[in-house]
Design a protein around this ligand. Structure first.
Ligand SMILES: C[S@@+](CC[C@H](N)C(=O)[O-])C[C@H]1O[C@@H](n2cnc3c(N)ncnc32)[C@H](O)[C@@H]1O
Length: 241
């Protein structure tokens, strides 16, 4: 078929790398379907750049799947700034035992995410439209994760109000994870940081480990900023919960 020179050439999704099947097991057909959706409407709806398509498996799908080992059996996990469902949709595919909540403020993106969740029959995924800081008191879980959303201090300010007391923020970061943690440690301590670890998540199919900064925050102190924001959110909703 001839290609119209006025239109950018369509980019085809490469086959899944050998080794991906070992990561997803019986869920491999669902992962393949998700990669196909990302390469198709994910691109046409502007959720993912066309240049990402050739590296969609390694850089996006498998990169997120690597982090699936961070969460205990049956955990509730909030993915803040989910965008194209990364990492939340991939986690739900790799770990059907998880209760996954996708938080995303942009309407166009939440509509696309709702379509994907229905298409892939991911019954354990809920899509919430809103900024993380608006959802304090509405969405709460012991685990929050995020990829490519903000630096640690800003991310923690948005995510700590969504965490149950003693909960952990698993922030996906690149090679600068340890440096960023040290630069932001004092700001994180002011938010109630109890412990911080840089974790390596390895998959045989990936050349490099995926890094997360795992930040555990303490119990809420009445009168502190995040407690007040949760109380304010509850009051705004008429005092329920
Ligand atoms: C660079 S994209 C990353 C998307 C996805 N996590 C990924 O790794 O491809 C950042 C996403 O965060 C969302 N976002 C920005 N500010 C936010 C906030 N305050 N609360 C929740 N999501 C936010 C944006 O709408 C966008 O979808």
């Amino acid at each position: 078929m001839k290609h119209d020179a006025a239109q950018p050439a369509p980019v085809t999704l490469p086959a899944a790398p050998e080794g991906a099947a070992a990561v997803f097991g019986s869920r491999m057909p669902v992962a393949t379907r998700f990669a196909g959706i990302l390469a198709d409407t994910g691109v046409t709806h502007g959720l993912i750049g066309p240049r990402e398509v050739p590296r969609l498996w390694e850089r996006h799908v498998l990169n997120c799947a690597a982090v699936a080992d961070a969460f205990p059996e049956g955990a509730s996990v909030v993915d803040v700034g989910s965008g194209a469902g990364l990492p939340g949709v991939v986690l739900a595919i790799a770990r059907p035992d998880l209760d996954v909540h996708l938080v995303e403020p942009m309407l166009r993106r939440t509509e696309w995410l709702r379509g994907v969740v229905a298409d892939l029959e991911l019954d354990m995924v809920t899509v919430h439209r809103g900024r993380a800081e608006e959802l304090a008191g509405t969405v709460t879980a012991p685990w929050v994760t995020a990829r490519a959303v903000a630096r640690l201090d800003k991310l923690a300010r948005w995510c700590v109000p969504l965490l149950q007391p003693g909960g952990t923020l698993v922030a996906m970061k690149g090679r600068s994870a340890a440096t960023e943690l040290e630069e932001e440690r004092r700001a994180l301590q002011r938010l109630g940081l109890v412990s911080a670890t840089v974790s390596e998540h390895r998959l045989e199919v990936l050349d490099e480990p995926v890094l997360t900064v795992d930040l555990r925050f303490g119990a809420r102190v009445p009168g502190d900023k995040r407690h007040r924001s949760a109380v304010a959110a509850r009051k705004a909703r008429g005092g329920q919960r």
